[in-house]
Design a protein around this ligand. Sequence first.
Ligand SMILES: C[S@@+](CC[C@H](N)C(=O)[O-])C[C@H]1O[C@@H](n2cnc3c(N)ncnc32)[C@H](O)[C@@H]1O
Ligand code: SF4
Ligand code: SF4
Length: 396
Amino acid sequence: MAGFTTLEGKNVVGTNVIASYIYADDDTEDTPKITIRLYFEVKIMRIRQFNPLKILSHRENVEKIIAGENPPPITCEIDPSNLCNHQCIWCMYEDFKREKPQLIPKETLLRLVKELGGGGVKSLIFTGGGEPLTHPDCLLAMSLAKDIGMKVGLVTNGGLLNKEIDESIVDICAFIRISLDAATKKKHAELHKPNEAAIDNFQNIVSNIKYIAELKRRASKVTPTVGMAYLAHPKNYMEIYDAAVLAKEVGCDYIQIRPAYLPGQTVSPHIRKETQDLMIKALHLDDERFNVIPILHRFDEMSGLERGYSACLANALVGIIAADCEVYCCCQLKGNPAFSMGSIKNMSFWDVWNGSKRKEVIRRIDLAKCPPCRLNRYNEIMNYLADKDKLHTDFL
Ligand SMILES: C[S@@+](CC[C@H](N)C(=O)[O-])C[C@H]1O[C@@H](n2cnc3c(N)ncnc32)[C@H](O)[C@@H]1O
Ligand code: SF4
Ligand code: SF4
């Protein structure tokens, strides 16, 4: 039982039934992984905003995609900017940002938001590329999106937050996720390499997260959900538990822990084990208002992803518009010209989305070359639904 005593008696997501999943009868090397995974699977079903089955709330679109039709995306991710105030050691868009240090021009950005809202897109995530808040009109575009009826999310490194921006985003957003990735100023500086050397960037981010949580509490609002994101990497895994403590202290609703994707690099079994142990330790911090969310399947996917499906159907659920004004077929392929479906510089988003080039690009997707991606769970569900030969669907 050595690996499990840390979770003993823990009643994390509401029932003792769940606690029973986390106990094991023996102490073999494989057992901790299996039990923590089961624990996670049950937990993630209960944290509704992370439950992959949420795509079934969009059955009509899912069925149309499976039938080969072309419904609008449910969500669009917009990168207003390829500029960044940080230089994270793992940034997956490093080359793209260096080659195309651009912003979506203001008029194009506002037109895009209006087009997306008018065409039935339900939510927009402002992300990067670079840092979305480096765009001088990012808040204006976010506010416009809300005014025309879309839900808005913001993924930010937090370095450019101030009280005025905090007040606006709490008013506009359904979720705010801050990529902090460290529990100490020293580690944060080593990993994120912020430009703002003159100010205490880490402390500034932490103070702003606190203020955002405080504003939300004062307004007694359920949203925006406020999350801290933590990319686990060989250089920072040792601060996972402390970061979870910090996230809880500053009033976040959750800390989400996922691995940094480093193409061609593997993580040693020792670091994997330490990372897992610290995530298990952090799960102790869960209570009715705070959740530790280790994205466990992503860690497994890093060491070789066996996809149980043969087609990427889920890319049609999410539209990706990058700072170079190109529409890409998914966020992992952003910046790769072979996967651009067209530009919104001189065309509407819908002309690109419904255009023939999009079909060509989708045909070019080679799953064997795809990195682990956030749409994997959606692809599993959609490919299951698409399979015409599955047995026993009528026996429940
Ligand atoms: C590219 S950033 C853009 C938004 C903002 N600059 C930020 O860092 O939150 C979006 C997300 O991608 C994540 N990311 C960047 N490089 C990554 C990598 N190599 N593996 C996994 N996630 C990565 C960041 O941690 C962040 O949560
Ligand atoms: S803050 Fe975001 S965009 Fe900037 S370098 Fe880091 S991961 Fe990349
Ligand atoms: S990485 Fe591959 S599987 Fe994932 S969404 Fe992109 S194209 Fe689809």
